[in-house]
Design a protein around this ligand. Sequence first.
Ligand SMILES: Nc1nc2c(ncn2[C@@H]2O[C@H](COP(=O)(O)OP(=O)(O)OP(=O)(O)O)[C@@H](O)[C@H]2O)c(=O)[nH]1
Ligand SMILES: [Mg+2]
Length: 435
Amino acid sequence: MQQLYDTQAPNPPSRAILVGVTLRDSMLHETEESLQELRQLTETAGIEVVCETIQARKVPNPTYFIGEGKVEELKAIVEELEADVIVFDEELSPAQTRNIENTLDTATVDRTGLILQVFAQRALTSEARLQVTLAQLEYALPRLTRMWTHLSRMATGAGSGSGALRGPGETQLEMDRRWIRKHISHVKKELLKVEKRRKVQRQNRSEKIKVSLVGYTNAGKSTLFNTVTGENVLAEDKLFATLDSTTRRVSLPQNQTILLSDTVGFIKKLPHQLVAAFKATLEEVTEADLLLHVVDISHSEAEAQINAVDKVLTELEADEMPTLMVFNKIDQLESEDQMLLLQSRYPEAMPISAQRGDGISELMEILAERFASYGAMINLHIPYKDGKILDLLYKHGTVLDTKYADEAVHVKARIPSRHLKSVSKFAVTDLNPTL
Ligand SMILES: Nc1nc2c(ncn2[C@@H]2O[C@H](COP(=O)(O)OP(=O)(O)OP(=O)(O)O)[C@@H](O)[C@H]2O)c(=O)[nH]1
Ligand SMILES: [Mg+2]
């Protein structure tokens, strides 16, 4: 049980009509851009887009969000184009979703539901799957709409566990809700275990310099990660290619070692259920020493994407964290105008091409400068019998060089100031904590 529109479900939708709404305070071109992104999301979910339509309204209609006339129009289009799902770019209330489904006799999903669906399809690890399931269940609880039917069938089907037994006087709906709540608490327990495991991992890394890649989905975070680390994590022209975090060591020009993490990308109107459910994964972000904010500067919506990322960072209480911006994909700029404009707004931003490697060595130099003051550089002479000091250096610091002599090992290392005392008696040069 992972997906609301399970690809194994009897009739997953295949032909979608997209509906965008321009409300009083928004502009038509914003709705169009947003609909374009919704199309990408729909296609990423494996659903063909057969029609797109936009309605301008002063305020949402409480029953359908769109107007009644538009609903009639949709009814005709559904029949003509044999569409089997309506995808709304706005968040619908559970009642609005139900009303549209009943009137059109067609499954209806909003942007949040669709993003959840894409996440569900792309979640590969058990952690990501647990997190998506939690977000989906939280989303489904107040809805229990058509999307829910195959899940409720599972819940009520024979042999599906104790949660499936209907209590005295309990309606089907109440029973379904009870089943979801039970499932939510089970998933939360599982996630607590994951969080504990991550905490241990993080403690092991607590003395290291940590840099996290953040940015809009498809900005090129994984590509940059691969270029810098020599790794081969999945990077592709699809939304939400990455849903997990991967961390690798990277050596900087001044001999420091940092830990670089690649993680899930953000999007406009990222469902809050997902932000909450991905808390464990996103702790890579909130625990970092520096965020590298990757921007696709060749995208016409680059500035709106920067703002969307900032909004999610605020939701994560990470908006005050030290951040370095990089303008990626400079190799595919059609004009310099947008970059010049955004450079005037973000003068520190580094232009790079993660794919071609342009600007990467400059970026590494800047990082080295930034972290030059982290910890002290020391030379030590450690007798073999004091091997545990070497362990301490490996665990908490960065060992830059070792030479094995007859009675002792000579080590050059960088170590956080608070461990200096434990190693000072082995120092062969003056300790200089500012190096
Ligand atoms: N032309 C060009 N394309 C790039 C560059 N960097 C990344 N791309 C392409 O952009 C697409 C998305 O790259 P990813 O690295 O997967 O992006 P991401 O930010 O990790 O995306 P998510 O994991 O989905 O959030 C891929 O098709 C990359 O090949 C670049 O510098 N230039
Ligand atoms: Mg990625």
